[in-house]
Ligand binder design. Structure first.
Ligand SMILES: NC(=O)c1ccc[n+]([C@@H]2O[C@H](COP(=O)([O-])OP(=O)(O)OC[C@H]3O[C@@H](n4cnc5c(N)ncnc54)[C@H](O)[C@@H]3O)[C@@H](O)[C@H]2O)c1
Length: 353
């Protein structure tokens, strides 16, 4: 057998063994990403509503089912877990997993308070386990191509970086699980749940934010958190930007990102690039496949991103390196959203530095 085939064979024999904690809406996407990876094996699932875990076990041939995730964490044959419980429970589960010596891939948002994010990242670093965060937009073809263009300085001095996220979520959506639309467990609404994806992406592309001024309110839905927010941001590099997030417009619009510099403009949404123009070069607009968009249906989530992020966690463990999106990276969007909420509450500009 040639040496490369031998390495591949060894990896398959030495599979990374996973457990999933939380068996709700996003759990099938986790299961598909794990079972679809030739280097991974899905060993167990836990959900406080046991029947949900049992249903997942049937659908994905998962041998072990638990009601209490602590029991799952006691298994010494599990290397890594994915966290798919309500956002306000992420810290509890991630810290318990780190203390049990398990690597973690945690759903977005990393958590909903700054203190909890600090405790989670510290616990994982202390235990020497990897903590990866699910922000699948970062691994979409359009985002990867755009990031390279930004890193190559193709736009020149950056001027504007905008994220427009106009989702539709019905009143029934907010009633579909008790934690949705609550400060205690969702941590916010249109921004903390849906818009966190685009906020992570625009910050990754444009660079960190220095300060923010915002409005945020429940304009339509009867929920305690916001269904609509608008923020103007100043990036550390001096550029400005607009971030919009709503779950209450009909119809939902394609989630859209607009990046402008003195030498160029890149605009894309989930259907592909809309503009790719530079002052110094004639370039064809890159063609990328459109991605499934959850703009009006929370279940329309392409599993491609989760697949890549599960694989990245496996390779990060094997190579003993950080995952693509570490806890420290993953928290930036939440820190910005918390600043947006504070600005809306106080009517003041909030600094993030
Ligand atoms: N990346 C994405 O595109 C994406 C999409 C949807 C949801 N999410 C995130 O995934 C998380 C879950 O969202 P969802 O829509 O699947 O929610 P959900 O309510 O459908 O599922 C959450 C599940 O966790 C279970 N649970 C609650 N507490 C638990 C505990 N202590 N131990 C074990 N199980 C517990 C619940 O019974 C429920 O089945 C949220 O943080 C959400 O933001 C991410």
């Amino acid at each position: 057998m040639n040496p490369i085939c031998e390495i591949e064979e060894k990896k398959k024999m030495n599979k990374m063994r996973f457990g999933i904690i939380g068996g709700g809406v996003i759990a099938p996407t986790h299961a598909q990403a794990i079972t679809g990876n030739s280097e991974a094996e899905l060993v167990a699932i836990a959900d406080v509503e046991l029947e949900k875990a049992e249903r997942m076990a049937v659908d994905y041939a998962i041998p072990h089912v638990y009601e209490d995730y602590q029991e799952l964490l006691k298994r010494d044959d599990i290397d890594a877990i994915t966290v798919a419980v309500p956002s306000g429970y992420h810290a509890e589960v991630v810290i318990a997993a780190a203390e049990a010596g398990k690597h973690v891939l945690c759903e977005k948002p990393l958590e909903i308070t700054a203190d909890n994010m600090t405790r989670m990242t510290a616990a994982c670093r202390k235990a020497g386990v990897k903590l990866g965060c699910v922000f699948q937009r970062r691994v979409s073809p359009a985002a990867i191509i755009t990031k390279k263009a930004m890193d190559d300085g193709k736009l020149g001095k950056l001027v504007l970086g905008d994220a427009y996220q106009k989702y539709y979520r019905s009143p029934e959506y907010y009633k579909s699980a008790g934690w949705r639309g609550t400060w205690a467990l969702d941590g916010g609404g249109a921004l903390m749940n849906q818009g966190v994806h685009g906020i992570d992406l625009i910050q990754w592309l444009m660079g960190d934010v220095q300060s923010v001024f915002a409005y945020s309110s429940a304009l339509v839905r009867e929920i305690e958190v916001e269904d609509t927010a608008v923020a103007v941001v100043k990036y550390k590099n001096g550029a400005f930007g607009v971030i919009q997030g709503t779950t209450s417009v009909y119809p939902a619009q394609e989630i859209r990102f607009e990046l402008h510099g003195e030498n160029g403009t890149i605009i894309f949404d989930d259907l592909g690039f809309k503009q790719w123009k530079f002052a110094d070069s004639e370039e064809e607009m890159p063609q990328v496949p459109s991605t499934l968009s959850s703009k009006d249906d929370p279940k329309q989530i392409a599993n491609h991103g989760h697949f890549l992020l599960v694989d990245d966690l496996i390779q990060a463990i094997r190579e003993n390196r950080d995952p693509l999106i570490t806890g420290e990276e993953g928290r930036k969007s939440v820190d910005l959203i918390l600043a947006i909420y504070e600005s809306a509450r106080t009517g003041k500009e909030i600094s993030l530095v």
